[in-house]
Write a protein that binds this ligand. Structure first.
Ligand SMILES: CN(C)c1ccc2c(c1)CCN(c1cccc(-c3cc(Nc4ccc(C(=O)N5CCOCC5)cn4)c(=O)n(C)c3)c1CO)C2=O
Length: 285
C-alpha cells in the first residue's frame, strides 16, 4: 500500500531517536586520520557545527551493541569530555558523530610542542587537572574508560584538553586489541589486576591516568621506552614503576606514585585526585 493511505501514528516524529543524526545534515570534509574503527573525517553538521565523523569499517565493531550504548553516551556531558552528538545508524557504514577538537591527539600535541611545553610546569599540570575533571565526571557516572592514555585525549583551542573514546574498547572486535595477550592491548597503561584478570574499574582507569600524567610530564615519551610487553608485565607485577620525569616536581611524582599502588583500593579516586592536583597547583604555580 502506498504510504499516503497508511494512517500516520500519533507518535510519528516523537519516536525519532534524538541520538540519530540524518546523513543529509552532515557535510563530510578532510580526513583526520584513522583509528580502531577505520577512517575519521572532519564534518559540518547542520551547516555550522564542527564535527569529527568516524566511519565504521565493516567487521571492526559490534555495531548493534554500540548503537544501544550510544543512547547512554550522548547523555554524558562535561567540558572535559569529547561530546558524542549522535550516530547515523540507518545505513552502512554507520557513522559516529562527535565534537571536533582542532589540535588532534594530546600525544601528538605534546610531541609537536615539546620545546615550548617542557619548562611550563603550570601548563602541563593544568592539562593533568583537565583530564582528572573529565575522568571524575565519568567515575561519578560509574563509567569506565578502559583505554585512558594521551593518544585517547584531544586538544582544542586555548589549550583545552578533553578525554575521548571512553567506553569504546568494549565494542572493538579485534581480539589483538581486546585480549591482554594481544599485540594491540595497551599493556603499558594496565595495572596488575587487568594484566592478570582483565578486571577493569575506575581504579584501573586511575592507574592509566598515572601513566598519562607521566606522558604529559615527559612531553609524549613512550612509557618504559623500548621494553617488550612481556618485560613490562614482569616489572609491573614486581612493583617496579616508572621513574620521575626530569622536569617533574616531587609533589607531582608523589601523586603519580599513588595512582600506581599495587592494590586498586589503595589508589585514590578521581574525585580525590582532582582535589590533590588543585592543591599542588596552588603551591607550585
Ligand atoms: C577503542 N578506542 C579506544 C578508540 C577507538 C577509535 C579511536 C580511538 C580510540 C583514538 C583514535 N581515533 C581517532 C582517529 C582519527 C581521528 C580522531 C579524531 C581527531 C580529531 N581532531 C583532529 C584535528 C586535527 C588533526 C590533524 O591532522 N592535525 C595535524 C596538524 O596539526 C593539528 C593536528 C587530527 N585530528 C577530533 O577532533 N576527533 C574528535 C577525533 C580519532 C580520535 O577519536 C579513533 O577513532
Amino acid at each position: 500500500s502506498s504510504p499516503c493511505d497508511r494512517p500516520v501514528p500519533p507518535t510519528a516524529g516523537l519516536s525519532h531517536d534524538k541520538w540519530e543524526i540524518h546523513p543529509m545534515e552532515l557535510m563530510l570534509m578532510e580526513e583526520l586520520g584513522s583509528g580502531q574503527f577505520g577512517v575519521v573525517r572532519r564534518g559540518k553538521w547542520r551547516g555550522s557545527i564542527d564535527t569529527a565523523v568516524k566511519m565504521m569499517k565493516e567487521g571492526t565493531m559490534s555495531e548493534d551493541d554500540f548503537i544501544e550504548e550510544a543512547k547512554v553516551m550522548t547523555k554524558l556531558q562535561h567540558p572535559n569530555l569529547v561530546q558524542l552528538y549522535g550516530v547515523c545508524s540507518k545505513h552502512r557504514p554507520i557513522y559516529i558523530v562527535t565534537e571536533y577538537m582542532k589540535h588532534g591527539s594530546l600525544l601528538n600535541y605534546l610531541r609537536r610542542h615539546e620545546n615550548t611545553l617542557i619548562g611550563n610546569m603550570g601548563l602541563l599540570l593544568d592539562m593533568c587537572i583537565q583530564v582528572s575533571k573529565g575522568m571524575a565526571y565519568l567515575e561519578r557516572h560509574n563509567y569506565i574508560h578502559r583505554d585512558l592514555a594521551a593518544r585517547n585525549c584531544l586538544v582544542g583551542s586555548e589549550n583545552v584538553v578533553k578525554v575521548a573514546d571512553f567506553g569504546l574498547a568494549r565494542y572493538v572486535l579485534d581480539d589483538q586489541y581486546t585480549s591482554s595477550g594481544g599485540t594491540k592491548f595497551p599493556i603499558k597503561w594496565a595495572p596488575p589486576e587487568v594484566l592478570n584478570y582483565t578486571r577493569f574499574s575506575s581504579k584501573s582507569d586511575v592507574w592509566a591516568y598515572g601513566v598519562l600524567m607521566w606522558e604529559i610530564f615527559t612531553c609524549g615519551k613512550m612509557p618504559y621506552g623500548r621494553l617488550k610487553n612481556t618485560e613490562v608485565v614482569e616489572r609491573v607485577q614486581r612493583g617496579i614503576i616508572l621513574e620521575k620525569p626530569k622536569s617533574c616536581a616531587k609533589e607531582i611524582y608523589d601523586v603519580m606514585k599513588k595512582c600506581w599502588s599495587h592494590g586498586p583500593e589503595e589508589r585514590p579516586s578521581f574525585r580525590v585526585l582532582k582535589e590533590q592536583l588543585a592543591l599542588v597547583a596552588q603551591t607550585l604555580t
